[in-house]
Design a protein around this ligand. Structure first.
Ligand SMILES: [Zn+2]
Length: 461
């Protein structure tokens, strides 16, 4: 109860104080309240004798706000907001009336101030402003130079003959009033045009990526990347982790059109000579190919450092390529393997294909006396004839480009040599017990696509 009374008294005291302004300026009665509107909304109430008097008061307040901002910013300042004064119905708002100092603070806070300066406009939108025309022109020239240099970095070994750099957007300078917030120093203005507005995006971590890789990809430092991702407990990233990254969206696109010349290689042709003394899978390079060299003139378009098109205008061959000459074998292969196998040796099976106590048996053992003729199971080409551990004296016959191969081991004597064509049923050697053999027998294997299979699959009962 007491506090309400106290507040009311303070209210009355304030009103009396405000009224005091009039008493001192000669007005005794008839306090009238005026609303002050900034950009259409009422921000303050003041008391006055007439609308004219209040307008003058508001004007002088605005002039002080403008003068103060002008000296702070160093440019001519104007008020961009619309300020209106309206008389309120008699008796309304009197208790809310502000005194001049309060009104001045209110207006300084709420009014939009514009500075007279040189705005750089991109497609008619002022994006940044400078204090002098010279500064504004410098900013544009330097931005163009920076983006132009980024373009020339694309041409490592090329000679640039003509280059023309221009903005894709309409970039202009205009002397005008702009919001004070647009005023920047030259360096900041350049950065704003080149980097534009930052956009936060999400990067999903891929296999093998480190913080450093990701930062580099987005033109950030590792410290900036960490700052954007306070959730990161350590530098160890997991595939699929999501990181905030900041991508720049430049306000201007600088297009560089260049005429460049560079050297490029001309691939060599390959000439094939057939040789009937070599097998079809044999290739001998008789003369090594050497690429030629040509000089290329091209028109290249680069936007903000990224090549977007390259049109070849002229090509001049400086040195012709030297063709590669290859000799390919053309020797007739005897009838391809029929798949219908001949039994390789007269004898009986003593050990079958598959698991046995000594391990996996990759063939069948056919028991026979030493010196029994061993024949090719099918036509083909001998790809090996010689000695190998375990197999002893052995012959390998390919029945069709490595698809089906037969192997004959533990021979006492070989009658064929590597590279020789054999016919189905032709004697290729004699059985024996060379290599790891407990007694005289033929070890016979069939391999299909490089894997051994049970040879009995190729013989009927
Ligand atoms: Zn065997």
């Amino acid at each position: 109860m007491q506090s309400t009374l106290l507040r009311r008294n303070i209210g009355i005291a304030a009103a009396v104080l405000a009224l005091g302004l009039w008493f001192s300026s000669g007005r005794v009665t008839g306090a009238v309240a005026f609303g002050v509107k900034v950009d259409g909304s009422r921000v303050a109430v003041v008391l006055g004798r007439s609308e004219r008097e209040v307008k003058q008061l508001v004007d002088s307040v605005c002039q002080r706000v403008v003068a103060e901002a002008a000296s702070r910013e160093g440019v001519p300042v104007t008020i961009m907001s619309q300020i209106e004064v309206e008389q309120l119905p008699r008796g309304e708002g009197v208790s809310a009336a502000l005194e001049q100092g309060e009104l001045e603070r209110k207006i300084a806070d709420l009014v939009r101030l514009g500075g007279q300066g040189w705005a750089i406009k991109v497609d008619d939108n002022p994006v940044v402003a400078l204090r002098t025309e010279e500064e504004a022109k410098d900013v544009i020239t330097e931005v163009q130079a920076v983006l132009g240099r980024a373009a020339s970095a694309n041409f490592d070994d090329a000679q640039v003959m003509i280059s023309e750099t221009r903005f894709k957007q309409r970039v202009e300078i205009e002397e005008r009033a702009v919001p004070l917030s647009l005023f920047q120093d030259k360096e900041t203005a350049k950065r704003i045009l080149i980097r534009g507005t930052d956009r936060v995006a999400v990067h999903v971590v891929q296999r093998g990526q480190t913080l450093w890789d990701i930062a580099r990809r987005h033109n950030l430092t590792v410290a900036q990347l960490r700052a954007a991702n306070p959730q990161l407990k350590s530098d160890r990233l997991q595939i699929g982790d999501q990181l905030n990254v900041i991508d720049s969206e430049p306000l201007v696109t600088c297009q560089t059109q260049s005429l460049i010349t560079y050297r490029a290689s001309v691939p060599y042709p390959t000439q094939v000579v057939m040789d009937e003394d070599m097998w079809p899978w044999q290739v001998v390079v008789r003369q090594k190919g050497v690429p030629g060299v040509k000089q290329v003139t091209a028109e290249v378009v680069i936007e903000n450092g990224r090549e977007i098109s390259r049109r070849i205008i002229e090509e001049e061959v400086l040195s012709d390529p030297v063709p590669q000459v290859e000799v390919h074998g053309a020797k007739q292969i005897p009838a391809r393997g029929s798949g219908d196998f001949a039994w390789p040796v007269v004898g009986t099976i003593t050990s079958g294909y598959g698991w046995r106590s000594s391990g996996y048996h990759h063939g069948v053992d056919i028991g026979c006396d030493i010196g029994t003729p061993v024949v090719a199971a099918d036509s083909g080409v001998v790809t090996f004839s010689g000695y190998k551990a375990y197999y002893g004296e052995m012959v390998i016959i390919d029945h069709g480009q490595g698809k089906i191969v037969t192997v004959y081991g533990h021979l006492s004597r070989r009658l064929v040599s590597t590279g020789q064509a054999v016919e189905k049923g032709q004697v290729i050697g004699y059985s024996g017990r060379t290599g790891r053999a407990t007694g005289p027998h033929l070890h016979f294997e069939v391999r299909v696509d490089g894997e051994t299979v049970d040879p009995m699959r190729f013989y009927g009962d």
